[in-house]
Design a protein around this ligand. Structure first.
Ligand SMILES: NC(=O)c1ccc[n+]([C@@H]2O[C@H](COP(=O)([O-])OP(=O)(O)OC[C@H]3O[C@@H](n4cnc5c(N)ncnc54)[C@H](OP(=O)(O)O)[C@@H]3O)[C@@H](O)[C@H]2O)c1
Length: 250
């Protein structure tokens, strides 16, 4: 990442996004727009970043994460003040799979925040980036989107939609200078996975995941598995034959 960039982060209170922002602050980013749903939580993140990147311009914005017209108007306003160099779309939530099966409102909410909302934000910003013929749009999917599994297939379906969307966007922009980076973290130690940690699930340190993500964004990689080993693990999972897969408790 070259210095003095304008970086917009959707879901800026996410632990993964916060650690990316810290790395960018240390590298000398020029401006950051931190976007979330809660002003007080955003302020805490902004205060922390102000200490880390002393001459960085930081603003916080509370946005609507569901309404398409409000999302478009929001992106138009942010990009109108100068097209972003990096847009990181990080918001999401890990739903309870059993709740999604018994409560359609929970199922819908999981699909909306993990699939529809990220796509709407990406589409709203990418038009500006395409017209400016510059910038990198990074969107966080998940390894969970690579194959539907009984333990989390509603979340997996949403992240699978993000994967297909990012692939299509990359194809659309192949001839332009705009880069689209699809980020697929494996299980990472953040508030989202606190319940998994207490169950003994191995989680990657968020610092390492963020370093891998910012590296991929700087390079404009098509896909970033974080940590890298998840590329191989998911290739194996994707290719397991059904007669093996169906017996697995995953
Ligand atoms: N941690 C993992 O193991 C893992 C693995 C694969 C992919 N990911 C993905 O990585 C991204 C970041 O996750 P994280 O691990 O950093 O989790 P996190 O720290 O729990 O952050 C989640 C973020 O999503 C926002 N959010 C949740 N529900 C929202 C809603 N209904 N409307 C608006 N914003 C909402 C949160 O905002 P508030 O602060 O206001 O709640 C927060 O900014 C997510 O897309 C997640 O799916 C995480």
């Amino acid at each position: 990442m070259s210095a003095r960039n304008k970086i917009v982060i959707l879901g800026a209170t996410s632990a993964i996004a916060q650690h990316c922002a810290r790395l960018w602050a240390a590298e000398g980013a020029g401006e950051m727009v931190l976007v979330g749903r809660d002003a007080a939580r955003l302020q805490v993140v902004a205060d922390d970043l102000r200490v880390r990147g002393r001459d960085m311009i930081i603003s916080t914005r509370v946005a609507d994460f569901a309404d398409p017209q409000k999302i478009q108007a929001f992106a138009d306003e942010i990009a109108g003040a100068g097209p972003p160099d990096v847009v990181l779309i990080a918001h999401g939530s890990l739903p309870d799979q059993a709740a999604c099966q018994s409560d359609l409102a929970a199922c819908r909410e999981a699909l909306e925040i993990n699939a529809l909302s990220p796509v709407l934000f990406a589409e709203a910003f990418v038009g500006h980036m395409e017209r400016a013929n510059r910038g990198t749009l990074a969107i966080i999917g998940s390894v969970a989107g690579d194959r539907g599994r009984k333990s989390n297939y509603v979340y997996g379906a949403a992240k699978g939609l993000v994967t297909r969307y990012a692939q299509g966007l990359q194809h659309r922009l192949a001839a332009s200078a705009v880069r689209v980076v699809l980020i697929k973290p494996g299980p990472t130690d953040t508030p989202m996975t606190a319940h998994l940690k207490s169950q003994g699930v191995a989680l990657a340190p968020v610092e390492a995941v963020a370093a891998r993500i910012t590296g991929a964004i700087a390079r404009g990689s098509l896909v970033c598995h974080a940590p890298a080993k998840w590329g191989l693990i998911m290739m194996i999972i994707r290719h397991l034959p059904w007669f093996v897969f169906r017996k697995m408790d995953i």
